[in-house]
Design a protein around this ligand. Structure first.
Ligand code: UDX
Length: 428
């Protein structure tokens, strides 16, 4: 099938490469010329383990290319909308890229005589496809949905670091359709991939994405809250998590207590759902608490340090880890970066090291932090060490000998660590 993908960001590019490697002919449309050139050279503009090779293979075999020209949509049978849906300052969803791309796709549909299917893969608040995207497509194409063109929703559930794996081995495939034929086109894209397929109407599919991310966020804040109580009791939340995990209704995933969740999806989607619900006249008590508990973990980490060191002014604090999780260079909404910022505000002298995320961290905190070239340099001559991302190289015990250590990600075994350093865990 001829496929065009709007948006060459994380979701768009990984989806495009996955479909291209399944034998489809894919064009990525992106307004950023630098990104387009980079993709066409086979150089991945995103960091994702192993993805560079997949992308360069697709480019070499001519099954994927990028352009900034929307006219190229005309050559495709399908357009996947993969543009970003960031947060506005009040937490609501910013739909400007969605609206712009719907107008541009609409203009192209107006020029096309063959049938076309638009598939919304971006995360959009329930109701957006019907109330925003379809009207814009109809207005700018002067065509009628379900008659002249079709539309479906196919939310992505790709975790950074294992995005291709998530695409080819999904837990489920969600297809939102208001017309059966539109959903059939999505199902065809996944031919050969074995996973339960759930077909719903469009708005339900949009909600499934938010409910999934909100539930994952809830699991993390739940275990962090239990962890905060465990710490007061002098017990280990990781033993408690193990104990509850054998109940198949609970399971063992997403129960790692620590300094909280970050990244480009969980915090943003949670806030957007809270905001959208409020607009509907419903107060999401639970979800607001999930968000509050998460923000509190960052404060807790810093309070732990203050309790031991007193006023942080001029204290030399080492931060290990800045990415929102290991194996990524992404610092968006990273708890680690929030902690580092708070330490700086409190007058601490912060030295930091992260194997991949320092270039991105420097864009947020440049002069305020001294960035070190390795973990050994970062931990030398400091009053305490905070571990904020669980990179495997931070498991090296020798980094911590004789030091005061605050572990926000359970990189060390507390029982062992107490023998060689002054160790405290955030929830254990
Ligand atoms: C997430 C969703 O998992 C994915 O399905 C969705 O489509 C995009 O958002 P991602 O942002 O890559 O993926 O991160 P994820 O692996 O889910 O982790 C999110 C955050 O939660 C990280 O900061 C991580 O450190 C934290 N986390 C995760 C915990 O604190 N404890 C856990 O047990 C699990």
């Amino acid at each position: 099938m001829g496929i065009s993908v709007i948006g060459g960001g994380y979701v768009g590019l990984v989806t495009a490469a996955a479909l291209a490697s399944k034998g489809h002919s894919v064009i990525v449309v992106d307004t950023d010329e630098g990104r387009v050139n980079s993709i066409n050279r086979g150089k991945s503009p995103i960091f994702e383990e192993g993805f560079g090779d997949v992308l360069s293979d697709c480019i070499r075999h001519n099954c994927l290319r990028a352009t900034n020209n929307y006219h190229e949509i005309l050559t495709a049978d399908i357009t996947l909308v993969c543009v970003g849906t960031p947060s506005n300052s009040d937490g609501s969803i910013d739909l400007s890229s969605i609206t712009e791309s719907a107008k541009d796709i609409g203009k192209m549909l107006g020029k096309k005589s063959e049938h076309h299917t638009v598939i919304v893969r971006s995360t959009v608040i329930p109701g957006t496809t019907r109330e925003v995207i379809i009207p814009a497509l109809e207005e700018y194409s002067r065509k009628k949905v379900h008659v002249d063109f079709d539309i479906a929703v196919n939310p992505e559930f790709m975790q950074e670091g294992k995005a291709l794996q998530c695409f080819f081995n999904p837990d489920r495939i969600i297809i939102g359709e208001d017309k059966r034929a539109a959903g059939d086109v999505v199902e065809e894209l996944y031919e050969g991939i074995s996973a339960p397929i759930v077909r719903t109407d469009i708005t339900t599919a949009e909600m499934i994405k938010y409910a999934s991310n909100a539930f994952l966020a809830t699991k993390i804040s739940f275990i962090n809250e239990i962890g905060n109580v465990c710490r007061k009791l002098g017990i280990d939340v990781y033993d408690v998590a193990k104990g509850i995990s054998f109940d198949y209704r609970i399971g063992d995933r997403f129960l790692n207590a620590g300094v909280g969740f970050g990244g480009s999806c969980l915090p943003k989607d949670l806030r957007a759902l809270i905001h959208a619900s409020r607009k509907l006249g419903y107060h999401t008590h639970l979800l607001e608490s999930v968000s509050d508990v998460n923000e509190n973990q960052v404060l807790k980490m810093v309070q732990m340090v203050e309790q031991k060191l007193g006023n942080l002014r001029s204290k030399k604090v080492c931060v290990l880890g800045l990415a929102f999780k290991p194996n990524t260079d992404d610092v968006r909404n990273a708890s680690a970066l929030k902690v580092a910022k708070l330490l700086v505000e409190k007058g601490a002298v912060v030295r930091a090291y992260d194997p991949l995320a320092m270039p991105n961290a420097k864009r947020v905190l440049s002069r305020e932090i001294k960035y070190c070239s390795n973990a050994e340099e970062a931990v030398s001559d400091c009053d305490c060490i905070l571990v904020l991302t669980e990179w495997s190289e931070f498991k090296d015990e020798s980094l911590y000998y004789g030091k005061m250590v605050f572990d926000g990600r359970r990189v060390l075994d507390p029982g062992k660590a107490r023998a060689f350093c002054d160790y405290q865990g955030i929830c254990w």
